[in-house]
Write a protein that binds this ligand. Structure first.
Ligand code: IMP
Length: 432
């Protein structure tokens, strides 16, 4: 039996989908367990690019059971459209290879409006993806939110639940719309959303998702009893985690390794491997501290070379050097057993490569991440770049400089590198 978890250690978009897709080769179940359609997982397999927001990347392997776990919040429309898009691309999405937990929470249209509303009320904007993910988690915590199982309620009971779920939005939007009218808040007016509209929304997409909704616990239990391989596919990342990340510039959930395993419905002692995914540089969408950010030609070059534009929003990502202090700091709270380092090919295009190995902080040199990151200035180590990885299929075939760079990461973080991404296609993964 083996249970492996794949989590991001930076600000999302590290290439978790690719690592998960690679691991899924031998898996019986792949579980997406946190976040919502704020995530954008891109997988390039057999020359075809698939962009997913909610479906686990294993969906392109019909022999694997892809699962959406209890910790996910799923927008019914986005999920339904993704299922249909996959089917159009001749990807099998059937009861036999896809299951959604009865406990998965539902994102409704008013959650998106709430997302916009909360941003309008703040001075220090988070820069959310605007997909209603934070407000869904908020209403989940408030115990007013709908779960997949609720789609099977009779009309009267479901409408009652929607009414309770909508109440907060109705009160807030009426109030804020009045203030917009008076010129006290600058924003587009917030939509009036009725119980009837959200009920119809539920009914429309229920048709597409209903056959997949099931109790996921017995399925996982059976797979564990049969010694099958289970992969838990993380979303977002350690530094977007509400408890351990750059709060309040975080996503409203716990995409750290513990939150990810919890969201799948599996206990921490059952996990054999935690694979932390990083890139050879850092990118961030949205606001918040970014110690190694390069708002200059280097940052622009990294953005273009790495195609750093949001899968979900299309926003150009902020870019900068790899910050190894951040990765090392995430080691213990993540319980890391190995690393997957993506974009070794991308960074090799630069003649000189920098890696952050410490911070100047209040007159001292430190190698940990303090809560007030904004007071840190990076201390860099330089590497000679200009390496090419095209012909390499093993670690030993990589140029010496690239090998040294990977060895340095391993030594600094104190965790072995297991996978190295040297190209967009998942076939361009070197197993070390
Ligand atoms: P939210 O999750 O839409 O509420 O956005 C909160 C913050 O997390 C924003 O900075 C987003 O850009 C960021 N974020 C959320 N999901 C992802 C992701 O999958 N990749 C990268 N950034 C993300």
């Amino acid at each position: 039996m083996a249970i492996k978890e794949i989590v991001g250690l930076q600000y999302g978009d590290e290439g978790k989908g690719r690592a998960s897709h690679f691991e899924a080769k031998n898996a019986s179940i792949v579980i997406r367990s946190t976040g919502g359609c704020n995530a954008g997982h891109t997988v390039v397999a057999n020359g075809v690019k698939y962009a997913m927001h909610l479906l686990p990347s294993s969906i392109i392997r019909p022999e694997v059971l892809s699962m959406i776990g209890p910790g996910v919040v799923a927008d019914l429309k986005v999920l339904s459209e993704e299922i249909e898009q996959m089917r159009k691309a001749n990807i099998q999405v059937e009861k036999s290879n896809f299951v959604i937990s009865q406990r998965t929470h539902i994102t409704l249209p008013h959650h998106r409006e709430l997302d916009r509303l909360y941003e309008a009320l703040r001075n220090n904007k988070v820069g959310t993806t605007g997909r209603g993910v934070g407000p869904t988690y908020e209403e989940k915590a408030r115990r007013t939110n709908l779960r997949m199982i609720d789609l099977f309620l009779d009309e009267k009971d479901l409408k009652q639940k929607i009414e309770l779920n909508l109440k907060n939005y109705n009160i807030l939007s009426t109030n804020v719309n009045e203030q917009i009218q008076l010129g006290k808040i600058e924003a587009e007016k917030f939509l009036e959303i009725t119980v009837e509209e959200e009920y119809n929304y539920c009914m429309k997409y229920k048709e597409i998702v209903k056959d997949f909704i099931a109790d996921t616990y017995p399925i996982i239990e059976k797979a564990i009893e049969e010694n099958k391989l289970i992969i838990i596919e993380g979303a977002q990342s350690f530094y977007l985690d509400n408890d351990h990340g750059d709060y309040p510039m975080t996503t409203s959930s716990n995409p750290n390794a513990s939150g990810t395993v919890s969201g799948a419905g599996i206990g921490p002692t059952l996990v054999n491997e935690v694979i932390g995914v990083i890139k050879t540089y850092t990118s961030r969408v949205g606001n918040g501290p970014f110690i190694t950010e390069q708002k200059n030609e280097i940052g622009d070059t990294i953005r273009e070379l790495g195609h750093e534009y949001g899968t979900t929003t299309g926003r150009p990502r902020r870019t900068g050097w790899l910050d190894l202090v951040m990765i090392k700091h995430a080691k213990i709270p993540s319980g890391l057993t190995s690393l997957c380092v993506n974009h070794l090919d991308t960074i090799g295009n630069l003649p000189e490569i920098k890696v952050c190995i410490g911070y100047e902080y209040k007159g001292q040199t430190i190698t940990n991440v303090p809560i007030d990151k904004e007071n840190c200035k990076p201390i860099y180590k330089e590497f000679k770049g200009g390496w090419k990885t095209e012909s390499a299929t093993t670690f030993e075939e990589l140029p010496k400089e690239a090998q040294d760079y990977i060895h340095f990461i391993e030594e600094f973080v104190g965790v072995p590198v297991k996978y190295i991404g040297v190209g967009a296609d998942e076939k361009r993964t070197i197993v070390k």
